[in-house]
Design a protein around this ligand. Structure first.
Ligand SMILES: Cc1cc2nc3c(=O)[nH]c(=O)nc-3n(C[C@H](O)[C@H](O)[C@H](O)COP(=O)(O)OP(=O)(O)OC[C@H]3O[C@@H](n4cnc5c(N)ncnc54)[C@H](O)[C@@H]3O)c2cc1C
Length: 459
C-alpha cells in the first residue's frame, strides 16, 4: 500500500492526526486504503492530555495488535476516587470492568498517538505534518481540499471523502457552518506537565496535593459540553472532538474519538471501494451520535455532581466500571440493528463477546478486518450465502474450531448465525438452522453491500 500524497487525488483525506484521525486512518489501512492524513502542527503532539484508556478501547485496539504495546508502557490505574472537602465520596474500581483489559491503564496521549502512528507507518501510511487545511469544497462526485504545505506553498488535492478529525475548534466543522450546540461552563480548569512530589494513596489515580516543580507545559482552559448537529454533510464526515466535546472527567474523550474513527473507518472503506452504497455512511451518525450524547451526560455528572453517580449506590460497582470502561456501548437501537426479538442471548448491535477459543482471543481472529458470518450448529445451512457472496463475506463454521461451544454459550445461540462486523459488534443475529435468507437480506438492505454480481472489488 502506498500513501497517495504524491498524486493529485485520493479516496480519503483525513484532517487532523490526533487519536481520532490516527484511528480512522488505521482502520482504513486495515481495510486496504491508504488515506492522506494531514496535521498542521510541525510534528507529533508531545503533551499528556488524555491519559485514561478505557477497557473497550483496548479491546478494539487489539484488532490492530497495539494493545500489548500500550499496556507495556502504561501505568495501571486500579481506581478513580473522588474526594470532596477531604472526604472520599465515591470511587470507580476499574478492575471490576468485565474485560480482558479491566483496570484502566494511564498513558500520556502523546505516547498512545506514537503507538498508533507507528502501526500506521507499518501499514504504509505516514502522517504529513506541517500541512494546514484551509478549505474543503464539495462538488459533484468529490471534494477539493486546499492546504498550505510545510514549504508554505498552497496546494490542492481531490478526495472522494474528507474526514474532519481536527479537534474541538474544527476548521472543517466551521467551514461547513454546522452548529456546535451546547453550553460553556464558567469554571477555569488548569493543566500542566510537571514533577510532583506528593504521597499517593495506595489505590488512587488522583493524588493528594503536594509540591509541584519544573513545569514543562501548562494551560488554563474552560470546558464545554457541545455536540455537532450532523456528523455527515455529503462527502464530509466529522469525528472525535470535532463532533463532541465535554469535561475531561471520566477519561472519555480520546476513547470516544478512537471508537468514532473505527466505526467510520470500515464503513468508509466499503463505500470508497465501491463495495457498499454511500447510504451506509449515514449509519455512522445514527450509531455514534447517541453514544457521544451519553458521554456528554456521563462526563457532566462526573464533573459537576460525582456523588450523584458514585456515591448513591444506584449502580453496582461492576456496572459503574463497565459504564465508564465503555463496555456498555452498543448499537441495539441503531440503524443497522434489525434482528428479530429474542427471548435471551445477545442481539444485533451488541458487543461481540471477547472470549478465547482454543486459547486464542476471538478478537485476534478478526484482525483481517472483514465482515464475517459466524455459523453455529452442525446442521445450520448457509450454502445459499456462499453462492451469493463468494469469498467477499467469509463464512466461519464456528463448531469446527470451538469444540466446547464457548462462543455459542456467550451469544446464547446454540443454532443459527451472526454477522460479525469489522469493529467487533454483532451485525445481525438469526436463530435456527436456516438463517441464510435473513443474513442475505441484512447484508443488502441494512449494510447496503453489493453482492458479488453487483460489485467487482473484494470486501
Ligand atoms: C485536561 C484533559 C484531560 C483529558 N483526559 C482524557 C482522558 O484521560 N481520557 C480521554 O479519553 N480523553 C481525555 N481528554 C480528551 C482528549 O484529549 C481529546 O478528546 C482527544 O485529544 C480528541 O482527539 P481528536 O483526535 O478528536 O482531536 P485532537 O487531539 O484535538 O486532534 C486534532 C488534530 O487536528 C489538527 N488540526 C486542526 N486543524 C487543522 C487543520 N486546519 N489542518 C490540519 N490539521 C489540523 C490539530 O493540530 C490536532 O493535531 C482530556 C482532555 C484534556 C484537555
Amino acid at each position: 500500500m502506498q500513501t497517495p500524497r504524491a498524486s493529485p487525488s485520493t479516496p480519503v483525506v483525513i484532517v487532523g492526526a490526533g487519536p481520532t484521525g490516527l484511528a480512522t486512518a488505521l482502520e482504513l489501512a486495515r481495510q486496504g486504503f491508504a488515506a492522506c492524513i494531514f496535521d498542521m502542527t510541525e510534528g507529533p503532539n508531545t503533551e499528556s492530555r488524555g491519559t485514561g484508556l478505557q477497557a473497550r478501547t483496548l479491546e478494539l485496539l487489539d484488532l490492530y495488535g497495539v494493545t500489548e504495546l500500550i499496556l507495556a508502557r502504561a501505568h495501571r490505574v486500579r481506581a478513580f476516587i473522588v474526594y470532596q472537602s477531604g472526604e472520599d465520596i465515591g470511587r470507580i474500581d476499574f478492575t471490576l470492568a468485565p474485560s480482558r483489559f479491566g483496570g484502566s491503564p494511564a498513558l500520556p496521549q502523546a505516547i498512545t498517538e506514537a503507538i498508533l502512528r507507528d502501526a500506521l507507518a507499518e501499514a504504509g501510511v505516514t502522517v504529513e505534518y506541517g500541512v494546514q487545511v484551509t478549505a474543503v469544497e464539495q462538488h459533484d462526485g468529490g471534494c477539493t481540499v486546499r492546504a498550505i504545505g510545510p514549504d508554505r506553498q498552497s496546494f490542492e488535492i481531490s478526495a472522494d471523502w474528507v474526514v474532519g478529525a481536527d479537534g474541538a475548534r474544527s476548521p472543517v466543522r466551521t467551514m461547513l457552518d454546522l452548529p456546535f450546540d451546547g453550553v460553556s461552563y464558567p469554571e477555569v480548569w488548569g493543566l500542566m506537565d510537571a514533577t510532583v512530589d506528593w504521597a499517593w494513596p495506595p489505590d488512587a489515580c488522583v493524588p493528594v496535593p503536594g509540591a509541584i516543580s519544573e513545569p514543562t507545559w501548562r494551560s488554563a482552559f474552560r470546558i464545554h459540553r457541545r455536540q455537532v448537529v450532523a456528523y455527515r454533510n455529503g462527502r464530509i464526515l466529522l469525528a472525535g472532538d470535532a463532533a463532541h466535546i465535554h469535561t475531561p472527567a471520566g477519561a472519555q474523550g480520546l476513547n470516544t474519538g478512537i471508537q468514532d474513527g473505527i466505526n467510520l473507518g470500515w464503513k468508509l472503506a466499503l463505500v470508497a471501494g465501491g463495495a457498499a452504497d454511500a447510504a451506509l455512511l449515514d449509519t455512522y451518525e445514527g450509531e455514534r451520535k447517541p453514544i457521544a450524547a451519553d458521554v456528554l451526560h456521563l462526563t457532566e455528572v462526573l464533573a459537576r455532581n460525582p456523588a450523584a453517580m458514585l456515591g448513591d449506590g444506584s449502580l453496582l460497582p461492576e456496572q459503574l466500571a463497565a459504564r465508564v470502561g465503555q463496555l456498555l456501548v452498543n448499537y441495539r437501537d441503531g440503524p443497522l440493528a434489525q434482528s428479530s426479538p429474542r427471548k435471551g442471548g445477545l442481539v444485533a448491535g451488541d458487543r461481540l463477546p471477547d472470549v478465547a477459543i482454543g486459547g486464542v482471543p476471538l478478537y485476534h481472529r478478526l484482525r483481517a478486518g472483514g465482515v464475517m458470518v459466524a455459523v453455529l450448529g452442525a446442521q445450520t445451512d448457509v450454502s445459499a450465502l456462499a453462492a451469493e457472496w463468494g469469498n467477499r463475506v467469509p463464512i466461519w463454521h464456528v463448531d469446527r474450531d470451538d469444540a466446547d461451544g464457548v462462543l455459542a454459550k456467550a451469544l446464547g445461540l446454540p443454532e443459527g448465525a451472526v454477522v460479525i462486523r469489522p469493529d467487533a459488534y454483532l451485525g445481525v443475529v438469526v436463530e435456527g438452522s436456516a438463517p441464510a435468507a435473513a443474513i442475505d437480506a441484512w447484508l443488502k438492505d441494512a449494510l447496503h453491500l453489493k453482492s458479488t454480481a453487483q460489485a467487482a472489488s473484494p470486501l
